[in-house]
Design a protein around this ligand. Sequence first.
Ligand code: NAD
Length: 267
Amino acid sequence: MPKDSFASLKDQVAIVTGSTSGIGHAMAEALAERGVRVVLNGLGDPAAIEKTRADLEAATGSAVRYHGADMTKPAEIADMIGFAQREFGRLDILINNAGVQHVEAIENFPEAKWDWIIAINLTATFHATKAAIPLMKANGHGRIINVASAHGLVASPFKSAYVAAKHGVVGFTKTAGLELAQAGITCNAICPGYVKTPLVEGQIADQARTRNMTPEQVVKDVMLAAQPTKQFVTFDQLCGLMLYLVSDAGASCTGAAYPVDGGWTAE
Ligand code: NAD
């Protein structure tokens, strides 16, 4: 890899959706540490979010802003993309990461939960990408990363909406990669296996209830059973791939879905 591959990231501008917690926060941090100016987004207690924002800015020396767009609301998503332009005058990197989950058999799956999961995991990716493309085209440069999932490539029972949304994200990624291939803009999906974040902690409890198992059994026999390495994926491993894809070295990678899943989808 060229020695200065990350040097060109300095002073670029990124939006990371769902970055008040988990994978999104780790990706925002990895970008800010390399001099990228970052717009955080996500739900949570306003005072806690402001502390997260200020801490990240102080720790990295990069400018960090926050926009509270609700990913179920297209107008708020478009305003968030415009906010990056208003605050920083450009947009180079969009990471569509916000995601939610609900675990239940299809026959009992609440319609409202289906709509909520599709809206945040899939439709918000379309709205944010649509609004970002003109800004990236104006720069002649852009990087779009969609945080999909191993569940964008294979299925598991009781996750119908999530699996449908993440397969949709992978399909959308391919289309965007093709449409933008000659505009200097790449679009790729990262497909993590299990990462121990608040979302997964919640799933452990949900799966234990649905499958009538203890939380310990869910971790060993359901979650890490699917992952041949028997290890949770780490933030650093996901951020390493993300940084490669947004760097100059990643310019020929587009329209692809990259598993980071300890071998799960090889089976
Ligand atoms: P998390 O629960 O820690 O974080 C989710 C983020 O999305 C939070 O910042 C939350 O505030 C935000 N969010 C939720 N609803 C929102 C809304 N309506 N508007 C704006 N923001 C909203 O989850 P995570 O595990 O870090 O997941 C991040 C992404 O990674 C998701 O897309 C998830 O599907 C995907 N993923 C996670 C795992 C895993 O094992 N944790 C595995 C594969 C894929």
